[in-house]
Design a protein around this ligand. Structure first.
Ligand code: AP5
Ligand code: MG
Length: 213
């Protein structure tokens, strides 16, 4: 199964993509996580991405598209994958459709996790992220067992640099401008599925599983 997760920053794409990956035994590929891993490792790609991410801007398509297409051509992706945070622009979506079509493949679903802007800022200020393994927590809705420490790998949890309220507002504006048009793009492709992302995490996941089967 090949699917993409759509939704505003903080809608819960990462939260749900991890559960989907575990249930359907497919890799979870988050372009944001790949960029953050590169920033942590101090690579050239990481340095380039950081300057955009810290301002709430998108990393340019010429950097992002090649990186993602390389990743999905690796062996572990042969049985499918769940993409989280890609595509984020119409050119990214078109490149993905084209690359898949050239191998006689196509996406099965685009799942839009719908959450209004009002809910997003509160969610983001409570989020804590593990830069070691990519796990995500929330200080109220999904707290780690030990405060400030990742349950999975034991690393320290951080507030992401781009989760400051003013950067979140910028990311929301960029989302509405550049990413929201993908909802119509995938509706036209006939693979759009919508879920109400304001429900609790378990209920959102149940709704997704009903769609994916
Ligand atoms: P990325 O890392 O993808 O960030 P994002 O899209 O802004 O999304 P988030 O990761 O912030 O939110 P999420 O939807 O995954 O929510 P989560 O599950 O964590 O990208 C970061 C940056 O990288 C971009 O701004 C851009 O610069 C760059 N980038 C990445 N991909 C790119 C691309 N393709 N092209 C160009 N640039 C790119 O949940 C949020 C919080 O809410 C958590 O604390 C969680 O515990 C909590 N929560 C989740 N679900 C619920 C629920 N149902 N109820 C209550 N709380 C919940
Ligand atoms: Mg995420």
């Amino acid at each position: 199964m090949k699917l993409v997760m759509l939704g505003a920053p903080g809608a819960g794409k990462g939260t749900q993509a991890k559960r989907i990956a575990a249930k359907y035994q497919i890799p979870h590929i988050s372009t944001g996580d790949i960029f953050r891993a590169n920033i942590k490792a101090g690579t050239e790609l990481g340095m380039k991405a950081k300057s955009y991410m810290d301002q709430g801007q998108l990393v340019p398509d010429e950097v992002t598209i090649g990186m993602l297409l390389d990743r999905i051509s690796q062996d572990d992706c042969a049985g499918g994958y769940v993409l989280d945070g890609f595509p984020r622009t119409i050119p990214q979506a078109e490149s993905l459709t084209k690359a898949l079509a050239s191998r006689g493949e196509k996406l099965d679903y685009a799942v839009n996790v719908d959450v209004p802007d009002e809910n997003i800022v509160t969610r983001m200020s409570g989020r804590r992220a593990c830069l070691g393994c990519g796990a995500t927590y929330h200080i109220v809705y999904n707290a780690p067992k030990k405060e400030g420490i990742c349950d999975v790998c034991g690393e320290k949890l951080v507030l992401r640099d781009d989760d400051k309220p003013e950067t979140v507002q910028k990311r929301l504006a960029v989302y509405h401008d550049q990413t929201q048009p993908l909802i119509d793009y995938y509706k036209q492709e006939g693979i759009l599925a919508e879920v109400d992302g304001t429900q609790d995490m378990d209920k959102v996941f149940q709704d997704i599983v009903k769609i994916l089967g």
